[in-house]
Write a protein that binds this ligand. Sequence first.
Ligand code: UDX
Ligand code: UDX
Ligand code: ADP
Length: 486
Amino acid sequence: LGIRLNRICCIGAGYVGGPTMATIALKCPQLEVVIVDMNEDRINRWNSDDLPIYEPGLPEVVKACRGKNLFFSTDVKKGIEESDIIFASVNTPTKTQGVGKGRAADLRYIESVGRTIAQYANRSKIVIEKSTVPIKTAEAIARVLSANETANGGHKNFWILSNPEFLAEGTAMKDLDEPDRVLIGGQEQDAIMVLADIYANWVPRDRILMTNLWSSELSKLVANAMLAQRVSSINSISRLCERTGADVKEVARAIGTDSRIGPKFLNASVGFGGSCFQKDILNLVYICQQFGLDEVASYWQQVVDMNDHQKSAFTGKIIQSLFNTVTKKKIAILGFAFKKDTGDVRETPALMVCDMLMKDGGLVYVYDPKVLIEDALTEFKYHEIEVNTDQFIFSKSPEEACEGAHAIVVLTEWDEFKTYDYKKFYDKMMKPAFLFDGRNMLDHAELEKIGFEVHALGKGTGSSQRSKSPDFVMRASSGLLPSGGY
Ligand code: UDX
Ligand code: UDX
Ligand code: ADP
């Protein structure tokens, strides 16, 4: 191909670009890795001890490589000029206006990367899509590049590859270190092999899958859609369990041992969040509609609808249990991040839960080990949810959040939540003291012993005692249980 193989550049220093490039730098000391981003503040933080994202294991890797073969810079032009292998790892949020609003991916950042590369490329380059993109985005990038191939000097070749990232936040470094697979889609075998050889520095060759461009782009959307579908499926069953006396944890274990189903991603929750699941499904739905596949589109839309239902049903249950109103009642929220081990709040279920509680007049006191209140407020704003800061308070400790509260609501499965002395919280709470476990992670029998009225997902209230009673089971199965109705 006639390209230089000693240096790579990544445009976009976010949740994906940062950890991925840090890992490449660590595993390939012979390569020089430069990450560029137009956000100066972000780059400054990557160059400091206070990294812009929280990810276990990341600081160690950055420390080991930064200044040696890993560099962070705002000089996008230089990054493009000096590297012939360029990753595009920019954000692709859902469009907030215009055609496809609320569903289609907003490709303005990825398109601008294409234009920037076209503007500054001085030689032939391999351009790699790392960001999740709708199918056929590579074609759009290729068109932008080829329309400008003679800009900045004579003819150049651009080889486009799709190399979606499957890392999950909180476990990113481990996912990158030992990926289930690396997926590379492309049209030219030689270009694919350049990238495959980089990964082969630490990933076994049989885990490096090669496909055509479109399969690769689509696989990323489908992987996220199928994972989210599992969560919505088990969440839908949790609702049924609450009515029938079945316990969703027992059901998940029973079905997960079927090797065809498998045990992972069957934890019922208050709902899935994160920057990918909802965005990618909405995008899939939009693409299906574009091709006239309305039944397919509505099938996948249900996964998002079920998720919204789960969030509102969970919150409805809180309000109903607290005698149908939370006005002026202090509610302690444990966890605001969309999952444990991250400070990320994008699309976190906590948004809808807190919004509903606040709309009902509740005073929401949040404790999260990593989330910053500024980030929470920014995310509310992004969703056009108005927040009165008298009603939305971040507490410095769980004790502070729980003191005088009517209820504790667990929204994120942080490990430390399991270690708290709930008896101490209970003693300082209003009575009856309620606990709503949106992650099914605490010892409910123990909490009931302390005196809490516990509401767990996918389990009847007080079920640690009642589920043992055959009478209860009989009444449940004959449909004579009170219907709850949220
Ligand atoms: C099923 C369950 O597998 C079994 O555990 C239960 O006890 C009874 O129901 P069965 O209906 O005999 O068993 O066959 P199964 O292999 O599950 O296939 C069911 C249908 O799904 C078939 O029509 C099969 O062709 C179809 N199928 C299965 C697919 O179309 N694609 C697949 O990937 C798998
Ligand atoms: C996801 C994909 O897992 C990853 O492969 C892709 O690259 C990006 O999107 P991420 O969003 O970081 O990663 O986290 P993930 O662990 O998948 O969790 C997503 C959401 O589902 C979280 O809110 C999580 O709490 C929820 N979840 C997950 C459940 O509610 N139950 C489960 O059993 C698993
Ligand atoms: P992801 O979760 O996909 O990594 P993030 O939003 O965390 O997404 O990161 C994307 C990064 O890409 C942001 O830091 C943003 O400033 C950067 N970015 C977006 N467009 C461009 C561009 N045209 N040139 C340089 N950086 C860009």
